[in-house]
Design a protein around this ligand. Structure first.
Ligand code: DGL
Length: 272
């Protein structure tokens, strides 16, 4: 038995984790941010897979039996291989879940026009995971994507309301919406982006609804644990959380407070 592992390339996963912790406070959690190697969003498939697998193995070594990739880039580029190739090699039951499926399986409840926009990292856009997954559930929805290469660095550097952030947020939203006047729903398909929500709302026409993933993923995890008692009973219930970062814990604690909404204590971790 062990805690539930939550992984992100950095701080972004905290926007998902805070909703999970709110919804399911009874479990123990270990959060791992690979801050030393962020961003993942501009890296190749091979690199994102190798980095993600290393971090998942680390969480498994910390006794996690269930790991959530609270990162769209890792979910898009590494999850399938980990599930299909790596997990069967483990001698005991381990599960890894991502953030894309919980988002795509309910998107049909939100869009009326059946035209949906995706704002994401270049890696997630290039993987075409969102159009593929949405079409599996809703073949009649048309998906438009826009890569936002500068948004993660802006968020990581706490440039949340600077003129630079405003410029790129406005420009990328414009590029997305130019693809179709029928878009009525936009998914923030990167766990860093909810931090830019005040700016995003400023530049998004009011008739377009903007979806962040935190609550969607938390609801989906609660449902998963309910449907899979064989996994649920492997998750310890002490209500504790430990935070680890592959970079400086001092920086992590300072910035994590912004993402998580409250102060935390973190410990440094060397992979391998
Ligand atoms: N938070 C990650 C995501 O959801 C992206 C951050 C990165 O580029 O590493 O896609």
């Amino acid at each position: 038995m062990g805690p539930i592992g939550i992984f992100d390339s950095g701080y972004g996963g905290l926007t998902v984790f805070r909703e999970i912790a709110k919804k399911l406070p009874q479990y123990d959690y270990v959060y791992l941010g690979d801050n030393a190697r962020i961003p993942y969003g501009t890296r190749s498939f091979e690199t994102v897979y190798a980095f993600t697998k290393e971090c998942v193995d680390q969480l498994f070594a910390m006794d996690c039996r269930l790991v959530v990739l609270a990162c769209n880039t890792a979910s898009a580029k590494a999850l399938r291989t980990i599930q299909q190739v790596d997990l069967p090699l483990y001698p005991d039951l381990r599960k890894v879940l991502g953030v894309i499926r919980p988002t795509t399986e309910i998107i049909g409840d939100y869009t009326k026009t059946r035209h949906v926009g995706i704002l994401a990292t270049p890696g997630t856009v290039k993987s075409t995971s969102y159009p593929i997954e949405i079409h599996k559930f809703f073949p009649n929805i048309t998906v438009y994507q826009q890569a936002c290469p500068f948004w993660v660095p802006l968020v990581e550097n706490n440039e949340l309301d600077s003129p630079g952030a405003a410029y790129f947020v406005q420009a990328d939203i414009k590029r997305l919406l130019q693809q179709s006047p029928q878009i009525d729903t936009v998914i923030l398909a990167c766990t860093h982006y909810p931090l830019l929500l005040p700016l995003i709302k400023q530049y998004m026409p009011p008739h377009i609804q903007v979806l962040a993933q935190g609550q969607l993923v938390a609801n989906s995890l609660a449902d998963y644990l309910h449907r899979h008692p064989e996994i649920e009973q492997l998750c310890t219930k002490g209500g504790t959380t430990q935070f680890f970062t592959t970079d400086s814990e001092v920086d992590f604690e300072k910035k994590a407070a912004v993402f998580y909404g409250k102060k935390i204590k973190a410990a440094p971790l060397t992979l391998g």
